[in-house]
Design a protein. Structure first.
Length: 483
């Protein structure tokens, strides 16, 4: 599958041209009136096979901007160095079940104060720990260098987590199996422990949900995730090399001595949330709290995670405010204001959007919408897909099709609109989730009630460059950030 990229690009271009000449039956209304002058394509025409990951890695071309940039790959795909990936790969239904537990833990963290907890469903309230952090398996990884001399470590990156940690020798209690050598502080010249009375030790409470403890004056962190996974160990400082030129001395991280859970064979986790201990905050002097990523269209392609502001940001990227909520300082909240499907603006009252809280998250797989919004999405999607045979739903999906008899299908475009004029024009891979050709599902799910937070998951973010600018308190989107 080395050549199809250019073929697909050409096909997309030709389709775009031919769609431009088709008259769209649906007009935008209201806010979008300025955009209704030019007719937008209403469908993605997609080759079914292009939605299936290949067993060969076809990396996205390298961008030519000057920022520090790391290659992003899906944990389980052929582009990942974490092998053998086949045997460890969870099934689709396992991924979706684990996604439910991540979403449940986000809902439980966010439900406590804002909704008063009263509307919380019992099933979601009985999670192992109220303060549990979030984790899922649909994650993406990057490789960074730690220590001197530096060791390469492949970490899950997560906008829903604050602290960065990796498993550390001598694994006093327990380390799970990881692909790379487990980091050994005794072989690094730049490692030091954080002491119990240092200010950063005290910040652990808000970053992990747990008060730090102390062992012979060394600060101990402990973080537990919603699914029961955890990492416990020494809070430490070390030289972090994001790239060969972007090196940070005294980066604070967890040196895990007791680790267990759904981390695959990665070495740990890179925290990109908003807390003062996150990577974003610790590198603020150099990067101004700006980073961006593009998640690849499939596990057989690559994306990037970049730090600092790029040249093209002001032009291509449209931003929406992302205020810090002092009750939940880690999360990136957004204001969704509308959704269109196949060029049709969904007839949902503005008040439904304005009363729904949204977060964007790199670790949730499938976006969750309040039931009122989801049912409207589902209804219009089904109407526009009525040419294709429906099949039973599976797991969290209730709108699935058997597309095994088709070479190409018309997938209605979905655009999510945010306050301030930002929009996410979803790639086809962000609209449908392919379990197999005979089971292709609308890649959204409904929350159990309208009080729960809406979550923009990583499937919907595929190929879109997502820019987090926490200095300005905003998040932006630009189309076609990677393949
Ligand atoms: C590791 O940490 C977990 C969570 O705190 C704890 O339940 C478990 O007993 C610890 N394991 C050992 C061997 O100390
Ligand atoms: C860090 O602290 C632990 C626990 O007190 C200790 O075993 C280890 O030797 C310390 N490492 C360094 C480099 O001081």
């Amino acid at each position: 599958m080395a050549t199809p990229i250019s073929t697909i690009c050409l096909l997309r271009f030709l389709l775009y041209v031919s769609l431009l000449s088709l008259k769209s039956g649906f007009a935008f209304e209201g806010r979008e009136s300025a955009e209704s002058h030019h007719v937008q394509p209403t469908h993605h025409n997609v080759h079914i096979t292009s939605l299936m990951p290949s067993s060969v890695c076809s990396p996205s071309p390298k961008g030519h901007d000057q920022r520090a940039s790391l290659e992003v790959v899906h944990k389980h795909g052929p582009c990942s160095k974490l092998r053998p990936h086949k045997a460890n790969s969870p099934s689709h239904t396992q991924i979706l079940a684990q996604d439910e537990s991540r979403v449940a833990s986000i809902q439980s963290r966010l439900a406590k104060n804002l909704a008063g907890g009263s509307n919380l469903k019992a099933s979601k309230a009985t999670l192992p720990s109220k303060s549990a952090s979030t984790l899922g398996t649909g994650n993406y990884v990057v490789t960074v260098g730690l220590g001197s001399p530096k060791r390469d470590l492949t970490l899950i990156f997560d906008t829903g987590s604050d602290i960065t940690w990796t498993q550390c020798q001598p694994c006093v209690k327990y380390c799970y199996q990881q692909q790379e050598h487990i980091f050994d502080p005794s072989t690094s010249l730049s490692y030091s422990n954080v002491s119990c009375d240092s200010p950063s030790c005290k910040k652990l409470k808000s970053a992990t949900g747990n008060s730090p403890s102390c062992s012979s004056s060394t600060c101990l962190y402990g973080i537990r995730y919603g699914d029961g996974s955890y990492s416990v160990g020494f809070f430490a400082k070390e030289k972090l090399s994001l790239t060969s030129t972007d090196v940070f001395n005294n980066f604070q991280f967890g040196c895990g001595q007791n680790n267990s859970g759904l981390f695959g064979s990665t070495a740990g986790l890179l925290g990109l949330a908003r807390n003062p201990l996150s990577l974003v905050s610790q590198t603020a002097q150099k990067y101004g709290k700006i980073f961006s990523y593009c998640l690849p269209s499939s596990s057989s392609s690559t994306g990037h995670l970049s730090f600092g502001s790029g040249d093209g940001d002001s032009k291509a990227v449209k931003f929406t405010p992302s205020e810090v909520n002092s009750d939940y300082p880690s999360f990136y909240f957004l204001n969704m204001v509308g959704i269109s499907i196949g060029g049709r603006k969904l007839p949902i009252p503005k008040s439904v959007f304005s009363t729904t809280r949204n977060v964007i998250d790199s670790g949730t797989v499938i976006s969750r919408l309040p039931p009122t919004i989801y049912s409207s999405v589902q209804k219009v999607f089904r109407e526009l897909m009525s040419d294709y045979p429906r099949v039973n739903g599976v797991s969290i999906f209730d709108t699935c099709y058997d597309l095994s008899k088709y070479k190409t299908v018309k997938v209605p475009k979905i655009i999510l609109y945010f306050s301030g004029g930002a929009e996410m024009d979803l790639a086809a891979e962000g609209i449908v989730y392919v379990l197999k050709a005979s089971q292709v599902c609308l890649a959204f799910a409904g929350n159990s009630n309208d009080d729960e937070v809406a979550i923009i998951g990583n499937v919907q973010q595929k190929t879109i460059r997502v820019v987090y600018d926490d200095a300005e308190g905003r998040v932006g989107f630009a189309p076609r950030g990677c393949n």
